[in-house]
Every structure is written in structure tokens, then in C-alpha cells.
Design a protein around this ligand. Structure first.
Ligand SMILES: Cc1cc2nc3c(=O)[nH]c(=O)nc-3n(C[C@H](O)[C@H](O)[C@H](O)COP(=O)(O)OP(=O)(O)OC[C@H]3O[C@@H](n4cnc5c(N)ncnc54)[C@H](O)[C@@H]3O)c2cc1C
Length: 300
């Protein structure tokens, strides 16, 4: 039986892999290759990179670092997870792999606006579509920005963006139906509302253009605020508790409600950021090491 199976090879899973490998533990990392970090054209808020770094370069450096210390990494999807005597069994295709502990670092998937995939990806690469004002609100300082969504979540996001620029428009996927208090807050911030759905999306020069109620509009950037799918199914299936949104509940050592199962990164409740994912993974890895050591000393 291995010491730990890490599911997910984004910033959280790879950080845990570096720590656990350097603790001389026998680990295995499975990753199906859809890290949100891989979508980042260039992050400017990740400390240590004054000129910014692309998500792909950051992931490649982390993979190289994990492999240097002996991490066994497989490009494969874990399809099921269950508890067994002394630990866990993970299903990968026809194969079953067992370990005394598991770290789930499977992240989330953002819901996309209704536009063709090719156009979406081109707009993302150019910073016309952005997903995270915490990450890159600075880059839209004093620009024309749209937030695509409605309800409390999207209104909060629009108000967050307002501290970077005065030109913020909230576009509903259908029709806005906001409570009066929220409308008043948006009015006070000068945030215009437009009913959707948005259609005829295009990139024209330096602008993202779209049609919605009232005509055609152009923005420097648009933030979809349509929520995310939290990839916590494996943990929930095994018996761990998630909140109503699907985020795994963890304690301050990244332990889920199921003994031996840990979670780090976006899949766990908390700030969805690379730095946070890495910090949580360091905590999880060290707690896993200490838990295994308490069961049987890890002396060399
Ligand atoms: C466009 C964009 C820009 C962003 N910019 C920034 C930024 O500037 N700064 C910042 O701090 N954050 C930024 N973020 C957020 C950041 O990308 C995430 O917070 C970070 O990637 C979370 O890391 P993670 O390891 O938890 O999840 P992820 O990076 O999403 O990795 C999860 C991994 O788990 C794998 N996986 C899932 N299910 C399975 C399974 N069943 N079996 C095997 N593998 C599985 C996936 O393939 C994936 O590789 C941005 C996000 C986006 C989308």
C-alpha cells in the first residue's frame, strides 16, 4: 500500500507532491490535465514573479520539481474512491490503487458564457474574458468592464470590480431581477444593468463586442460570474461532507470529515487562488506526514 494518493496535478496537488516526496513518503499523483492554472495567460499577483508568469510555465516548473524528488505522476483520471481496511482504494480505468491516505486537489470548473469555444479561448488568451477579479482586477484599472451574470453573486462581483474602474456594466444571462436593496447599491456605485442574453459575441480589434437588450456593446474585458462546478464528487462518494455549493469542508489542517482524506485548493472551501492552494497543500502534506508517523514511525 502507498502512503498517499494525490488526485489532481494543479498548484495544490503538485505542492503536496513536492512536500510528501521530500518527506520520503511513497506517493502517487493522478492528473487528468485540466488545471485552471493552465488557463492563466500570465499571472501578475503570484509572489516571486515581478514580470508575471504563465500558468503553463508555473505548472511545468512545479512538475519538474516534484519529479526531481521522485513523485510518480500519471496522466489519468480517478473515477471512483472508496474506503478500505487501512486506507483508500482509487479506481483508474480497470486498475485499483491503494494508499493509507488521500489528498483531493481536483479544483473547480468555471461555467462559461454562451459563446463559441474557439472565440472564448481566444478572448481568454487576450484578457478580453477574465474569470477572477481578485487575480487580475488590477489589469482592468480604468477600463470598460462587463460582468456577465445576475443575482447576489454577480452583483457582488460587479461591486468588487468597481474598485478598479468606474465603467462597470452588469449583463444578465436573461433578465435582471434584483432585490431593491441590491439595485440601490448598484445604483450608488453607478453600475449599469443590461438584460441578456448576450449574443453575436465577437472580438473586434481590442474589444469584446456583443449584442444584448438595447443594442450592441463593446468592452475591454468581461468577467463571467456564472458560478463553478466543484469537482468534489470523489470525496463525497467516499463519505466526506461538502457544503451546499459542493466545496469540501475541511478543518484548519485540511482534514475532511472522513479520516485519512484531505483536501486542498479550489475544491476546499476558501479563497480560490494559487497562493492559497499552495499554502493549504503544504499544511495538508505535513498533517498527512505526521498522521502516518503517529501510526508507525517513519524512521529511516
Ligand atoms: C483564467 C484564470 C485566471 C486565473 N488567474 C489567477 C491568478 O492570476 N492568480 C491566482 O492566484 N489564481 C488565478 N486563477 C485561479 C487559479 O488558477 C486556481 O486557484 C488554481 O489553479 C487552483 O489550483 P488547484 O490545484 O486547486 O486546482 P486546479 O489548478 O484546477 O487543478 C486541479 C487538477 O485536478 C485534476 N483533476 C480533477 N479531477 C480529477 C480526477 N478525477 N482524476 C485525476 N485528476 C483530476 C485536473 O485535471 C486539474 O489538473 C485563475 C483562474 C483562471 C481560470
Amino acid at each position: 500500500m502507498d502512503d498517499c494518493i494525490i488526485i489532481g496535478g494543479g498548484p495544490a496537488g503538485l505542492t503536496a507532491a513536492i512536500y510528501l516526496s521530500r518527506y520520503h513518503l511513497k506517493i502517487r499523483l493522478f492528473d487528468c490535465g485540466s488545471s485552471r492554472a493552465a488557463l492563466i495567460p500570465c499571472t501578475h499577483n503570484h509572489a516571486g514573479y515581478p514580470e508575471g508568469v504563465s500558468g503553463l510555465d508555473l505548472l511545468a516548473a512545479m512538475r519538474a520539481q516534484a519529479e526531481k524528488y521522485g513523485t510518480v505522476r500519471e496522466a489519468a483520471k480517478v473515477t471512483a474512491l472508496r474506503t478500505v481496511d487501512g486506507g483508500f482504494a482509487a479506481q483508474i480505468g480497470e486498475r485499483e490503487v491503494r494508499a493509507r491516505s488521500v489528498l483531493l486537489a481536483t479544483g473547480v470548473v468555471n461555467h462559461r458564457p454562451p459563446m463559441p469555444d474557439g472565440l472564448h479561448d481566444a478572448a481568454l488568451a487576450q484578457g478580453r474574458i477574465r474569470y477572477c477579479p481578485v487575480c487580475d482586477g488590477y489589469e482592468v484599472t480604468d477600463k470598460r468592464v462587463a460582468v456577465y451574470g445576475t443575482g447576489e453573486h454577480a452583483a457582488r462581483e460587479a461591486l468588487f470590480v468597481r474598485s478598479f474602474t468606474r465603467d462597470v456594466t452588469l449583463i444578465a444571462p436573461d433578465a435582471h431581477d434584483l432585490p431593491p436593496a441590491q439595485q440601490a447599491e448598484l445604483d450608488a456605485a453607478g453600475i449599469e444593468r443590461i438584460d441578456g442574453p448576450a449574443r453575436d459575441w465577437a472580438i473586434e480589434g481590442e474589444e469584446l463586442t456583443l449584442s444584448a437588450a438595447g443594442g450592441r456593446f463593446a468592452f475591454d474585458s468581461l468577467y463571467p460570474a456564472l458560478g463553478s462546478h466543484i469537482r468534489s464528487e470523489l470525496a463525497v462518494q467516499a463519505g466526506a461532507r461538502a457544503d451546499p455549493s459542493g466545496c469540501l469542508e475541511v478543518d484548519d489542517h485540511q482534514r475532511t470529515s472522513l479520516a485519512g482524506l484531505f483536501a486542498a485548493g479550489d475544491v476546499a472551501k476558501g479563497l480560490d487562488q494559487i497562493s492559497h492552494a499552495m499554502g493549504e497543500a503544504g499544511v495538508a502534506a505535513t498533517t498527512i506526514r505526521n498522521m502516518l508517523n503517529a501510526e508507525a514511525p517513519l524512521w529511516r
